[in-house]
Unconditional design. Structure first.
Length: 222
């Protein structure tokens, strides 16, 4: 129950932390400083961010890598939710931080990159598009957290089983001890009886010794 409460608190905290939006900013990329958007992904790993984004855009094409710029890109692809049927060039980079990833996206409409000032509709659509991507990452992060919490719960259950086994062993040892005590109590009674019989035997033998001693002392006195 305690672990479940902890898990609910963790999930609740993630919901608060994940309440974010895509931020617009001009930043450096392979084509120089360009207007783009970024979104922070608390708790996400680089692998998680990259694989999720690849899956997120696979219906538009397969990302190609620009290793020198540490970017990936899609050229002349149609992303209807952002720019209808007009093709765009998409650039993406994933930067790793402390327990966080930041995904940067730049979209070239063909001579101009999306900005809120010049292309408000596309900018709004891009923000929502990134939030949708963000939510997919969020699910994976929480799923990983859940996996860890379930592992902790499993380990706690194993610990409890070990404690229960030890408790059973203690009871068995107590039962054995009780049987041993009962056996020794009977042995004590038998021992006391044997001691009494031995005292009687000793007394009789002492009388025999006294008589023999008297006979010895009487030799030559008759």
């Amino acid at each position: 129950m305690k672990t479940l409460k902890t898990l609910l608190i963790v999930i609740s905290s993630f919901s608060i932390v994940f309440a974010q939006e895509a931020v617009e900013r001009k930043s450096s990329m392979s084509l120089g400083p360009q207007n783009g958007f970024y979104i922070e992904l608390p708790g996400a790993t680089k692998k998680m961010a990259e694989s999720t984004f690849s899956d997120f855009v696979k219906e538009y094409g397969k990302l190609k890598d620009n290793k020198k710029a540490k970017e990936s890109f899609l050229m002349a692809v149609k992303i209807p939710v952002i720019n209808g049927q007009s093709p765009v060039d998409l650039y993406v980079r994933h930067d790793e931080g402390k327990n966080m990833m930041t995904t940067y996206v730049w979209i070239d409409l063909g001579g101009a990159f999306i900005s809120s000032d010049e292309y408000p509709q596309q900018a709004k659509a891009l923000r929502q598009w990134l939030v949708d991507y963000f939510n997919q990452v969020k699910k994976k992060v929480i799923a990983e957290e859940l996996k860890e919490e379930e592992k902790t719960l499993s380990n706690l259950n194993k610990d409890l089983e070990k404690l229960q086994k030890r408790n059973e062993d203690f009871h068995k040892e107590i039962e054995k001890a009780k049987q041993k005590i009962a056996e020794n109590e009977k042995n004590i009674e038998k021992n006391l009886s044997e001691q009494e019989a031995k005292r009687v035997e000793i007394q009789k033998q002492s009388e025999v010794v006294s008589k023999v001693t008297a006979r010895l002392n009487a030799v030559g006195k008759d």
